[in-house]
Each structure stands twice: as C-alpha cells, then as structure tokens.
Ligand binder design. Structure first.
Ligand code: ADP
Ligand code: ADP
Ligand code: MG
Length: 658
C-alpha cells in the first residue's frame, strides 16, 4: 500500500480523506493557501505544504504547485477530493508523467466524461437513455432558437463544461432562448473558460437520482445503488438520501446496469457517479457523469458499510475489488443535510463570517439512529468568501426512512452555530414538511413549497407545547431566585398565541397544567442554566433541544423551524400587554440594503435618476457569485452611498429613494 498520500484539497473533504488514510496507516500531506493556514485539515495532517494566496486560481488550482509538493514530501499519490483539480484530465495526465498516482479514474475516462456533450455521445453508444436534445455545439442565438423549436419547449440551455449548478438555464419560449443563450454562454466563458453550449429537453417535474459506481484496474465495475438529490436550490443539492423513495427493484437494477455499462465503456477504474433526471413515472435520462468522489458520498457509505475513499485508494494502488454486485445490499436509510453559511430568511444568500459558536451533535449511535458529521471547521474558524460556503455535512442513518428523518430532526436541533447565517432552521423545516416525509420529491420542491422564500414555520401545536415548556422552565428558574414569588398561575404568550398555565415544580420535574385545555405537560431532564444558548429536556418523555436567548420581558426561542418570542407573564401583565400597541419596524421600503457582506461590482444608478421597479440598482459579489440587486418599486434616487469597488457589510444602506 502507499505509505504517503498528498491531499490536493481543503476543508471538510481534506479532513475526510485524512481520516481514512489514518485508519489505513498511510501518512498524509495537506497543501494549504494563506486563508487555510490555521485550518483543521492543516492541524490533522502529518505534513503540510504552503502553496500560495487564498484565491484558488493561485493555489489549489495550480497543478505545478501540487506536483512540486508531492516531490518535496515524497508523496506517492494524490487525492484530489472534489472541485478544484478533481476532474481535470490534464492534471491526472501530469501526475502520471511524474510517476505520481492520481487517486481517481484514468485520464481517458475523465476527459471522456468531463464534458457534457462528449459524455452524452459515449452514453448513447453504451445504450444509456439520454435526455432528448441536440448532442452537439450550438453556434449562435439563431441556431439555439432553431434547435429549441425542434426539441420543443421547455428546453434547458447548458454549458458543456458546466458544474456546481452553474451555466444552466430553462427556456419556456423563443424570448427565453434569445435572452438565455448569450447569458449562459457568457457565464460559461467566465466560470469555466469554455463557452460551448448545448440544448436539451427540460424534463418537467423531475427528480435527481444518481448511481454510485466503483471500478478497479482489472475491468471490474459495480454500482453501489442510488442517491436521490432532488432537494435543490439554484440547481444545487441541499439534502440527499439513499436509497431513493421513488425506485423499485426493477428500476434500480435498470439504472444500475446502465451506469455500469457507461463506466465500462470508458474503462472506469475508481469511484464515480452517473447522474440521471427521473420522471415521477420512473422514466430516467442520463445527465452527466462526475468522475470523482461526490459531496454526498457519505449516504452511500452509510447504507453499504463501505468506505469510498478507501476503495478509491485501493483501486488506484492496483488492487482488485473484493466484492461483486451480488455481494452488495442496501442496509437501512441515510440522509445528508448540507449545513451552509447562508441566510435562509434572505433567499439563501451567502452569509460568511466567523463561527463564534460551533457545537455539532454527538456522532455515533443514538437511540434508534446514527449520526455522522463531516466537517473541516472548529469553533472560532472563519467561513471565508474564497471557497464553497459549506460548513459541514450532517448525516443520519436508521433502519427506515422515517427513522432517518426523525434522527435528522433531532440532530439538527442539537446543532448549534452562532456568528453567521446558517440554514439549519430551513433544513429542520424540510424534515418536518409532510411532502418531504411522504417522499413525493422533485427538484422544484424548494421553489414550490417556499415560493416567498423561507420565512420560518408558524408554530404547530407540538411546537407551541415545546415553546411553552421551555419558556416556563426558564421562568421557573428565574422566579425561584425571587423567594417572594408564590404565584403559580401565569400566562404564556408565544407570537399571537396565548395560554393560561399553572406551574408546579419538584426536584426533577416541572408540571405545566394548561388551565383551559384540561391537560398537563411534564418537563423532565432539564439541562439549562441562565446564559446558556441551548436548552435540553424531555417533554412528556420525548427529548428535545431548543436555542434560547433572553429578550425584553421574555425569551426568543427557536424550536426546529419555528422562532418566536415567548413571554411568561402574570395574568395582569398579560392583560396589559395585549393592550399595548404593536411597535412598528423601521420603514426600509425606500432603501436598497446590502443583503450580504461583499464587494460592489457595479453601481448602476446615479443621484436624481428615475428608477423603475425591477431595474438593476447594483451588483454585489460574494462567494464568487454575482448578486443583482433590483429596485422593488419606482422612485427617484436621493442618496448613493457605495460605488464600484467598495466593500459593504450586510444591512448597509446602499441607495435611498426620495
Ligand atoms: P456533487 O455533484 O458532488 O454533489 P456539487 O455539484 O455541489 O456536488 O459540486 C461539488 C463541488 O465541486 C462543489 O464545491 C462545487 O462548487 C464544485 N464544482 C463542481 N463542478 C465544478 C466546476 N466545473 N467548476 C468549479 N467548481 C465545481
Ligand atoms: P451540474 O454539472 O451543474 O451538476 P447537471 O447537468 O447535473 O449540472 O444539472 C444540475 C441540476 O439541474 C440537476 O440536478 C437537475 O436538477 C437540473 N437539470 C439538469 N438538466 C435537466 C433537464 N434536462 N431537465 C430538468 N432538470 C434538469
Ligand atoms: Mg450534476
């Protein structure tokens, strides 16, 4: 076996590869940029090599620096992780030329599959069912319109070199194509340095289902079943699971066989993923093949018991697969939630910053489910604007889908992050969503279920009980300190809901009698002290965790997707409180406010200018994404407080209208 492997990546995936290498007794080298000098991967690696400035184009993407680092440290092989150099055939070729083993497929397989147009040609030849469309390059807008009309609307305009959900646009009519074709072409040129575009049919109401394949250098290829990744925003995956609730044994076997046939057609000799879109009727069409480890590979590991990084290392070393298709079985159900540094309440815009608090749930066996959390960060680390804004990948496994979802709900409750926006409340909302639970997924799920964006969930009856119990528990601890208070009857106000309660505490239980409802809640195993942000307990025997922070007259409490201000007041105060006029929020309707920290790329309006609703006001770049800020109403510009090149903070006022 190799004695030393270099990891040409960063963050979570670098840490993931280190873990397997350690278990296999292989030494690790991690390369790092200026931004990652104090990272967890650097801390865990046996050796580290500094490779340059933070922008990936000057560090992680420079093949020569990686090769030099291998030579300097004597690493015999390179694991590229995902993103960066993982799907660059020239890099794999360069490694081979230098006698360094690339832990991934052979360069021929990468170039055959690395490009969406070329890979579709291979797929067709291998008998794989492809999305109907034009498998070839589009010359210009007129050509794009002609092809789109031949295929029939809606169509999808795609960059052949695209990835990570970029360079993709749906067109429903001729106008969409005339607008969309040049836009995708420009985006592709900018993002991938390759402006080849093709067009295919847009599959309506589709699901994203992909097959994990694994090959060796001896001609063996197996598939490790499917993952469903239909919960996406901006064509990017957020929640993945294995297996898929859609598939039956026959469809699974058919998709698996096609994926294996495609892999065999290119002598595939590592871990890879064949992506399909599937109709609700279980029809399926090839999308692309990713010739690398996939972000969501942990769910496959959880249902097969295999370590995909280990399998990649063994195949790269030349070992033959130790199992055949018939040895493989699906065991239970696994779900992955991608925890992102983004603000779910603001259309999922990136929200970078420092992890002031980072407290993940405990990994391993819980009653009824297993937790795994793949992360590359620690408390105090920064999520910078230079790289992917993923904080961690939280996975749960259980014997059934329902068990895995329940486990995920609990694990998300137990995940505490402060210091930046994060999508945990949103993920919690999806886990509680009846449609998600029913398994009726589609890639349009988020857009359809949250058309106004995510606004938090209104309190369900169950959430109202938890919020009531948590607030009463904290209140009880506060009043115990004031010996003079003997009162037991109180009123709980949570948002617009109210209920009368009567509290009775013993040493280890709090009984909350709901005076008007003829029932009582029992809170036990309370774990909270004033000042703590997490409150844990059992409500009628069922474990829960909420995040709490003090607020005027009460607490702001989040339980799963519901955040509310909760007050426990004497009946007299409650009566007065309901008579108070509601305080109005400051009027920001005449302002354009920066939705995130970032760089002003352009300021497109000037003082005194008449601006119409929907017109572009400015463009802000954050996390390599350009965000176009538009006017939400007509108006005349009264002040302009930022110009192109300025750094702006979240909530900074950029433009004011008269
Ligand atoms: P996966 O397909 O493995 O589920 P993604 O599609 O989100 O995951 O891509 C994996 C990672 O690689 C992400 O960090 C993504 O930003 C990055 N990535 C994928 N393809 C490209 C590409 N062609 N160019 C730049 N980054 C890419
Ligand atoms: P990327 O390389 O960015 O991952 P993909 O081709 O895999 O690009 O597409 C990303 C996502 O876009 C898919 O997961 C799916 O949700 C959607 N998509 C892609 N092609 C189609 C299509 N022809 N019809 C419907 N949805 C599609
Ligand atoms: Mg894809």
């Amino acid at each position: 076996m190799f004695s030393k492997i270099l990891i040409a990546n960063r963050g979570e995936i670098a840490v993931r590869v280190i873990k397997t290498c350690r278990r296999m007794g292989i030494k690790t080298v991690v390369v790092y940029s200026e931004a990652d000098a104090d990272s967890m991967a650097v801390e865990l690696a046996d050796e580290t090599v500094f490779i340059g400035p933070a922008p990936a184009s000057e560090s992680y993407l420079v093949a020569e620096k990686i090769i030099q680092a291998c030579k300097d440290t004597g690493a015999e092989a390179v694991h590229p992780g995902f993103g960066f150099l993982s799907e660059k055939a020239e890099f794999a070729q360069l490694c081979a030329g230098e006698g360094i083993v690339f832990i991934g497929p052979n360069p021929g397989a990468i170039s055959a599959m690395g490009d969406k147009i070329e890979s579709k040609k291979f797929a067709q030849k291998a008998g794989v069912s492809c999305v109907p469309g034009h498998i070839g390059e589009i010359d210009d807008t007129a050509h794009a319109v002609k092809i789109s009309e031949e295929i029939g609307y809606p169509v999808m305009i795609k960059a052949s070199a695209g990835g990570g959900g970029k360079g993709i646009r749906v067109a429903h009519n001729r106008r969409d194509v005339e607008e969309g074709f040049p836009a995708v072409r420009a985006e592709a040129k900018g993002a991938f340095g390759d402006d080849r575009i093709f067009i295919e049919k847009f599959i309506v109401d589709p699901r994203h289902i992909e097959i994990q394949v694994l090959g060796d250098k001896h001609g063996n290829v197996v598939h490790l079943f499917e993952r469903e990744c239909s919960i996406q925003r901006r064509n990017q995956k957020v929640i993945e699971e294995a297996p898929s609730p859609l598939l039956d044994e026959t469809t699974r076997a058919a998709m698996g066989a096609q994926a294996v046939a495609l892999a065999q057609a290119v002598n595939y000799d590592s871990a890879g993923t064949v992506e399909f879109v599937a109709g609700q009727d279980k029809s399926f069409y090839f999308l692309e093949m990713n010739t690398r480890l996939q972000v969501e590979h942990p769910v496959t590991e959880l249902i097969t018991g295999l370590d995909l990084v280990e399998q990649m290392i063994r195949s790269a070393y030349g070992e033959a697969l130790q199992f055949s298709q018939k040895d493989l079985k699906i065991n239970g159900w696994a779900i992955e939630s991608r925890i992102y540094a983004e603000d779910p309440y603001r259309k999922f815009l990136p929200s970078i910053g420092r992890l002031v608090r980072y407290d993940p749930p405990v990994e391993g066996d819980h009653a009824g489910y297993v937790v795994r959390n793949d992360a590359g960060v620690r408390e105090g680390d920064e999520i910078s604007m230079f790289y992917d804004p993923m904080i961690s990948k939280l996975c749960t496994w259980a014997p059934t889908r329902e068990g895995a979802i329940d486990g995920m709900s609990r694990a998300l409750e137990d995940f505490h992050i402060e210091g930046l926006g994060q999508n945990i409340p949103f993920l919690a909302a999806v886990m509680d969503h009846p449609r998600f639970r029913s398994g009726k997924l589609a890639t349009s799920f988020i857009a359809e279920e949250y058309p106004e964006g995510f606004l938090g969930a209104p309190p369900s009856d169950a959430a109202f009980d938890v919020l009531t119990a948590a607030a009463c528990a904290m209140h009880q601890i506060q009043i115990r300190r004031q010996e003079s208070t003997r009162r037991t009857d109180w009123v709980v106000i949570a948002g617009s809901r109210q209920r009368r309660v009567s509290l009775a505490a013993t040493a280890d239980e709090l009984t909350i009698t709901l005076t008007d409802e003829d029932r009582a809640l029992t809170l036990s195993d309370l774990a909270w002290r004033p000042g703590q942000a997490l409150l844990r307990g059992r409500l009628d025997g069922i474990a829960f965790t909420v995040t709490v922070r003090p607020a005027a007259e009460g607490y702001v409490i989040r339980y799963r997707a519901t955040t509310l201000k909760v007050m426990v007041l004497s009946p007299r105060s409650a009566e007065l409180h309901t008579k108070l006029p509601e305080r109005k929020a400051a009027d920001t309707s005449k302002m354009i406010i920066s939705p995130m920290p970032g760089l002003v790329v352009s300021m497109d309006v000037a003082l005194g200018q008449q601006v119409r609703e929907g017109e572009v006001v400015c463009v802000i770049e954050a996390m390599k994404m350009q965000n176009i800020i538009r006017a939400e109403r007509d108006g005349v510009v009264k002040t302009v407080s930022a110009k192109s090149g300025d750094s702006v903070a979240a909530d900074e006022v950029l433009v004011e209208f008269a």
